[in-house]
Design a protein around this ligand. Structure first.
Ligand SMILES: [Zn+2]
Length: 400
């Protein structure tokens, strides 16, 4: 292929994202085709997008061929095999549709990793309201929409209270949540809390629904048969519903050997609500790491400000004359993180922090972007601890 006709890597990256988005939307629609009359029309529309990105004579060219492709790894699509193949091995391995107990369903990675690659396909992206936001809008758009509702008249105090409330209470009893909103003065995103989705409910024999908050992010964990776990894979605790007689409140047993966590207790579906999946994935998930890091640093004596100047970065940390501006970056795909950091390089004084669950990405990101100051959560905590110790020692010396 001559260099003149080879697409630039940017164009290729963009075309691949369009294909990934169309495949995810088609997979979601396919998994909903019993309930949603518009579903097959969406699969057909998405076939058009996949064909357009591939060009003539390559890639699935009918809705049925597309559905077939949903059951194979994304990497088998011709667009991933072309020159300048995507370095994103994780994405190439993704299979979007798996056979489940109740028929075809979206795979775990669809919920967790693929949504990081979504870009709006057309102006209609917003109009198709039956599709959830995380299948058709990028993370920035989902966040921007939510934050615009929280910030109100550009009030930093209301903004922080609202964002904190969402992160700390992404699900719960509607009555309790309403009280909390009232007390804190927070503003909640339009459409804010909604009923717990069926895919997060376990039904006892009398038909009552129950859900469990994830020990890490507090959002309802996904339920598949008796298996229960958070849809975000780095929140790795896995549970099984213990067999009990009749319609008693169900109980979980831990089935993996990860670090000890507090055993979640079943909550009744009736009267319970949770934030939408897009808000959970792109605000609550990273937010729970931001709040955890802030709390760790405060414990070491630092003063931490959350999302200063209406979110110009994540954390402002001050301790003994040292001030740090930090942006916590939590991406499942390091390639997506690198691409986003390239597209929008943080200001020189802002350091990028990888939370403890993502520290293994440090080497890849440093190699790709040597100009960025990158810290791991562990490295950051050590640095603040050293400064805190120095202050203590000087105090002791001064007191003698
Ligand atoms: Zn979780």
């Amino acid at each position: 292929m001559s260099e003149l006709v080879a697409p630039s890597s940017d164009t290729m990256g963009e075309r691949r994202r369009r294909v990934v988005t169309a495949m995810l939307r088609a997979a979601y629609a396919w998994s909903m085709r019993q309930e949603q009359p518009e579903a097959m029309r969406e699969v057909a529309r998405m076939t058009g997008f996949v064909m357009e990105a591939h060009g003539p004579g390559s890639g699935p060219d009918t809705p049925l061929a597309l559905v077939d492709a949903l059951r194979r790894p994304l990497g088998t699509l011709p667009i991933f095999a072309e020159a300048g193949g995507s370095g994103d091995e994780g994405l190439r391995r993704v299979v979007l549709i798996e056979a489940g107990e109740g028929g075809d369903q979206l795979s775990a990675t669809a919920h967790d990793l693929v949504c990081e690659h979504v870009i709006p396909l057309d102006a209609e992206a917003d109009a198709h309201s039956w599709l959830p936001s995380w299948t058709r809008m990028d993370a920035d758009r989902i966040r921007a929409r939510a934050f615009a509702a929280m910030a109100g008249p550009s009030d930093q105090h209301i903004y922080v209270a609202s964002r904190r409330l969402l992160i700390e209470h992404p699900a719960g009893l509607e009555r309790t949540l309403q009280e909390r909103v009232g007390e804190s003065g927070a503003r909640i995103v339009p459409g804010g809390y909604r009923p717990i989705p069926d895919s997060a409910l376990f039904r006892t024999r009398n038909g009552d629904g129950w859900w469990w908050p994830c020990p890490d992010c507090r959002w309802p964990m996904g339920v598949a048969g008796r298996r229960v776990r958070c849809r975000y894979q780095p929140h790795s605790a896995m549970f099984e519903v213990a067999k009990r007689r009749g319609s008693e409140k169900p109980k979980l047993t831990r089935i993996d050997e990860g670090p000890t966590v507090k055993q979640p207790e079943a909550r009744p579906a009736r009267g319970s609500v949770c934030v939408d999946q897009g808000v959970w994935r792109f605000i609550v998930v990273p937010g729970s790491s931001e709040l955890r890091i802030a709390a760790r640093l405060e414990k070491l004596g630092a003063k931490v400000e959350l999302w200063p100047q209406m979110d110009s970065y994540d954390l402002h940390v001050a301790i003994g004359g040292t001030e740090l501006q930090l942006d916590v970056k939590e991406y499942r795909s390091p390639q997506r993180l690198i691409a986003d950091l390239r597209g929008r390089t943080p200001r020189a004084q802002v350091r990028v922090v990888l939370p403890q669950t993502h520290e293994m990405q440090a080497e890849t990101v440093r190699a790709a972007l040597p100009e960025i100051t990158l810290l791991t959560e562990r490295g950051l905590v050590q640095q603040i601890r050293r400064i805190g110790k120095g202050i203590e020692e000087r105090k002791d010396a001064g007191g003698k």
